[in-house]
Structure formats: C-alpha cells, structure tokens
Design a protein. Sequence first.
Length: 372
Amino acid sequence: MKTTQNSSGDVRLTGIGKTYGSFTAVHPLDLTVPEGSFFALLGASGCGKTTTLRMIAGLEEPSQGTVSLGDQDVTHLPPYKRPVNTVFQSYALFPHLDIFENVAFGLRRRGLKSVKKQVDEMLDLVQLGEQARKKPHQLSGGQQQRVAVARALINHPKVLLLDEPLGALDLKLRRQMQLELKRIQTEVGITFIHVTHDQEEAMTMADTVAVMNGGRVEQLGSPADLYENPKTTFVANFLGTSNLIDAEVDSRSGEEIVLKAGDGKLVLPEARCAAPATTGGRVLVGIRPEKITLTHADDAGGIPVGRNRITGKIAATSFIGVSTQYVIDSSVCPEFEVYVQNVERDARLVPGADVVLHWSPAHTFGLDAAQD
Ligand code: ATP
C-alpha cells in the first residue's frame, strides 16, 4: 500500500505551475482543498484561475508540480481516469436528447442498463423531476445549468469542478442558482471547486476562497476573514469597497497602533495590522464604507476627538436601495465612501453639509503602504 501524507480525500496542489512559452500563467503554488468543502478560486480575468482548474481536471498539463486526490497522484492521468467532473459555463447539453437521457448519459456510457432509479434521484436532487421528458431548449438557463450539474454528478465524482457555471445567467437567476448550488453541495457532500470573477458569488457559496492575482494566490481564507482581514490592497479592493487612508505611525502600545492622518488620529488594533508599522513609517488604514457612522457636524459634539474621528464635507450622495452612498471630501482620503442604512438617514445630509465620520477601531485593518 502506498504511504502518503494526503490520506483523506483532499485535493492537493504541490508546486503546480503553468507557463506558455515565456509567459507564466500560474506561478508555482501550493494549495489544499479539504474534502467535502466548497472552495472558490476568485480573481479578475486572466489571473490564472481557469488554468489552475484545468490542471486539476487533467485538461491542461502542468509545467511543474503535482496534483493529488486523496492518496492518489493524478498529475499524469488523463481527465477520464480522474475521479473528477467539470461543469462549464456553456452547459454543453446534448440538444437532441431529453433531460432524462442527458443525465443518464454517463451511466449508459459505462454500459449500465437499469439507470432509472439513479437518474430519478439525481433529477430530484436538482429539482427537475417534472421536466425529465423535455428537451434542453425547452428549459430556462438556470434549469439547463442544473441539468449540467446533475449530469456531472451522476457518476459520483469525488470532486466537482465548476468553471464560471453561472456566467451566462442574469443577475437574479445567478443569485438563485448560487443558493441552489450551495444546497446541492451540502446534500451530496463532495468537494466543489468553483471558478469565478464575481466576489459576491464566491462569498455567497464558498467555505474557503483563494483570491488569485497575476498567476498567484494572494490570500486564502473564509469569506468573512478575507473581507474583514484583507492582507493586501488588491484583496481589500477586490472584495468590496475600501477606504484606504495613508497614515503615519505615531506610537505603539503593544495592543494598539496610533496613527496620524491629516488633523485626525486613528487607532488600529495591533492584531489587525498586516504591515510592519515602524514608528514614523506609513500604513494604509482600511475601513469598510458600511462600518462608518456619519453625523452632521452640528450633532458631533459628543464624539471624542483622537479616536477615528475625521471631519469632511459631503461631495455627493446616491440612493442604492437599502442604503444611501455618500462620498465625502476630507483631508485624509479624497473620496471617502460611506454607506448609511436608509432607516438611519438624516435629511440634513446633503451635498455641501459638514460632517463627522467615526468608527470603531475593531473595524479597521492595516496594510503595507509600500506594496505595489
Ligand atoms: P478568465 O476569467 O478570463 O477565463 P482566468 O483567470 O481564468 O481568466 P486563465 O484562462 O487561467 O485566466 O489564463 C491565464 C493567463 O494565461 C491569461 O493571460 C491567458 O491569456 C493565458 N493563457 C491561457 N491559455 C493559454 C494558452 N493556451 N496559450 C497562451 N496563453 C494562455
């Protein structure tokens, strides 16, 4: 029996990389996807996420490194010999076959005769039992996508790879399908690895997200961790909107870092700072727009000076449904964005109004101002 350190069903990439001529699409990376997890590779177009997925599928030969699945090194196995299956954005359903036969395809190819029970179960899982005798063109985009998922799951792969599977759907349907895919994954319990450029999609579905940039994994973590504790400006900006204040380190107490920004003082917990933060050096202090309290200057007398209290003037406002977005001119951050829930809106907060912004130190994060 083979001895190995990867004895569970984890997907493990070890030093895996891909070059095309002199161009490096994926720099050598190490990544472990725990068995049974919903894992997302998230990044902008061209960052190498599809190439990484295709190396796991066996559709792309890595230039270096290994791919293992459980205790099996699959690096040199062809795709059909790997216990994985892939769902593509294009669905790739057979137009002349009905839904039942599309889902049954993988079983019939293996020579199985009695497929009804398994296909019915799979159609129930994706809630398409009623549509079994329809042809693909008679279904909606979301339903077709669910057929593609059922077809990919029928042979019980250990890992399901999803390459931008919701990219062709409109926003509303995409949101429904995100929840649907999450439900299906929880029910079948196998590992899903999902490629997307949509941060909301990755955060809604995945237990763990790898944020990729320029062929590298920039940060790995749970959606909440990545959002609340980004380690680089790329991750901070890719996952939502960040206000980044370039501030000078004034002092450190061991628990908190005090920084100067314009005429204000900022406080950042040491544990939330990813930068070296030497006294006199610079740190980018980040604060998410919805974590800020916006107060009309006339009412701000009780807000203590010196702890994350910044003054400014409203430059613009826009109504965005559940909240209103304010853009604030301030001396420390030229386009400070603040979101205020509409129930808390103050009618005096209009362009030109003098305001005070303040927030809890617990909601800030510190980034290296020297990084690119
Ligand atoms: P998208 O979301 O646009 O698909 P991606 O993050 O999935 O982007 P990849 O498809 O992995 O990116 O491509 C990564 C880089 O490698 C891109 O710059 C792409 O142009 C390049 N690339 C991909 N396939 C090849 C190839 N066969 N030959 C040369 N370059 C390639």
